[in-house]
Ligand binder design. Sequence first.
Ligand SMILES: Cc1cc2nc3c(=O)[nH]c(=O)nc-3n(C[C@H](O)[C@H](O)[C@H](O)COP(=O)(O)OP(=O)(O)OC[C@H]3O[C@@H](n4cnc5c(N)ncnc54)[C@H](O)[C@@H]3O)c2cc1C
Length: 271
Amino acid sequence: MPLPDLNAVVSQRIEVAPGLIILRVVPDAWDLPEFKPGQFIVVGMPPSAPRYTFSEPEDQPPEPDKLIRRAYSIASSSVDRHYMEFYVTLVSSGALTPRLFALKPGSRLWLGPKVAGLFTVDSVPPDQNLALISTGTGLAPYMSMLRTLLEPGGPRHFAVVHGARHSWDLGYRSELLTLQRLCKNFAYIPVVSSPEEEPVPWTQSTGWVQGVWNSNAIGHAWGMQPTPENTHVFLCGNPAMVEEMVTLLAKQGFKEHTRKEPGQVHVERYW
Ligand SMILES: Cc1cc2nc3c(=O)[nH]c(=O)nc-3n(C[C@H](O)[C@H](O)[C@H](O)COP(=O)(O)OP(=O)(O)OC[C@H]3O[C@@H](n4cnc5c(N)ncnc54)[C@H](O)[C@@H]3O)c2cc1C
């Protein structure tokens, strides 16, 4: 089967830190599908596309006649569908990300026609607060949620806890700090796991996002304790973090949400 046409164009490539980029992608003469904040879309590149200079040889050569496709959470707001934004980490010996990192403004790639995913606030009652917990590029779906749903002075409290190894890996930090300054109902809690490697001493939270949850930093910021009665918790990022948080939250009475059995813990697993 012939490879599908590359139907979208990179309009912007922002290097956040080594191995971390934000890509903005514009559809070429078609309309992006409607989506809900938190959903993902499939991105594809042909195997013949060049790999990023600073990547390693791939684990397995891709099949020559098949598009390489992977899912990416949409980071942009669902109210602006001129472009889609993605927050991508480089998997050095991976198949797709070294090819995405080699893209420049004007480069072409493939965007799937449909969005998917249940990692949305659809099932969260409007009076419930949202604790959005992530590591690395697991922040992407929350950027879409905040950019779409956060209202200054709104009745619902929002918190983003974002874990990264270094402060320079905390993508979107200036936007999140600005949102926090403008929206009293939003708390941004960055956490760095290797503070000893910081050239300038890091004075905020250190360690893991699990520790931040246990320290009740969100409760202090909100002026009220998050409980299963008043808060839904979203988890996205490193699978070990997700599993540990699910276990920890279960001990505090938060139940994982499934379609059949509603709960307060919503999970997106990237790998
Ligand atoms: C619903 C969904 C949404 C996703 N959204 C994003 C997103 O917004 N941003 C993003 O960067 N990735 C996201 N991913 C992961 C993405 O689909 C790819 O798996 C990832 O980019 C690696 O692709 P690759 O072809 O380069 O690596 P592959 O050749 O497919 O190698 C896969 C291996 O890379 C490792 N890996 C995968 N993802 C990561 C990661 N994020 N960090 C570190 N190691 C990883 C794992 O060991 C995995 O087994 C998402 C995955 C899912 C299922």
